[in-house]
Design a protein around this ligand. Sequence first.
Ligand SMILES: *[C@@H]1O[C@H](CO)[C@@H](O)[C@H](O)[C@H]1NC(C)=O
Ligand SMILES: *[C@@H]1O[C@H](CO)[C@@H](O)[C@H](O)[C@H]1NC(C)=O
Length: 299
Amino acid sequence: MILLIVILHFIIIIECSYCPIKHIHSSTPTTGFIESPGHPSAYSAPLDCVFNITTAASNVIQLSFVTFDLASKNQLSDQCLDSYLLVVVVDRHGRQHVGDRLCGNAVPSSINTMQSWMQVQFVTTAANNKHRGFRIQYRILSEAAIQEPLSILGEPMFSGCGGHSTPGQLSGEILSPGYPSTYPKNSTCNWLIRVEARQRIYIRIVHLHLAPTIAECERASLTIIDGYKHENFGNERKESTSETSEAKFCGSQLYYSEEGMKSYLSSANRIVVRLVTQEGPASSMIGEERIGFKVCRGV
Ligand SMILES: *[C@@H]1O[C@H](CO)[C@@H](O)[C@H](O)[C@H]1NC(C)=O
Ligand SMILES: *[C@@H]1O[C@H](CO)[C@@H](O)[C@H](O)[C@H]1NC(C)=O
């Protein structure tokens, strides 16, 4: 009798923790949902569920959270212990980028992975009868549907602040708004350059004159962001799942005399070129030489 109870107990535990890996694959753009087991009823414990989402290399995956209700952080350790969601983004080199553990009931912001492979892991350790788990929409987008981060033009009389290339476009140039006479203040302009999934981008700064000295980064700066993923990834620790390196340029090309400092080869197939300004050009620059920047990409 006791043996039977032990066996029954064992079977029940196994049944509760049974959560086979779910493979979701679509080679073409689509949308769908993943949910915690039993959603919208409370989830059980222990669970260790993995959703493995993949698409063709030319597409990317985005997640948006529809509902999210997990046990809150452990008060003593301030960590997600009883249950949590983990988003793992696998980049094109096969490297895994593991995000922070997500728990509690604040709906996390969308995750735009910029990659074609990701895993969502859902782990529960403590039994619970009130938290309903999650429902997440995944979207598979084609490369061409990826947009650059939002640009903000501080002075409306300017134009040409931000944009994106089409995937097949191999060369071209980017000019700061107002080039070569001036540039707008209080602006953020983002340009997205992209090529096919397995290619890389070569870009070169042909001309740069933003401020009289290299110390004036606040006035205006040019940043080249490699391995672009969307800005609105999760919280502060967004870098943890991205693969981003940046090169920032301030002042003028006089400070970047070596040719190698002025050119850049991306590690992946996207680059964002970003101009951030607070003020316009210094008065000492007016009438001088060409003001702003010119960047060329391609061969
Ligand atoms: C997820 O899917 C990919 C592609 O099919 C596969 O290579 C990988 O092994 C899967 N991951 C797991 C944990 O099964
Ligand atoms: C800069 O732009 C923001 C909104 O984009 C505005 O609120 C702010 O007043 C502007 N600052 C200056 C100095 O123009």
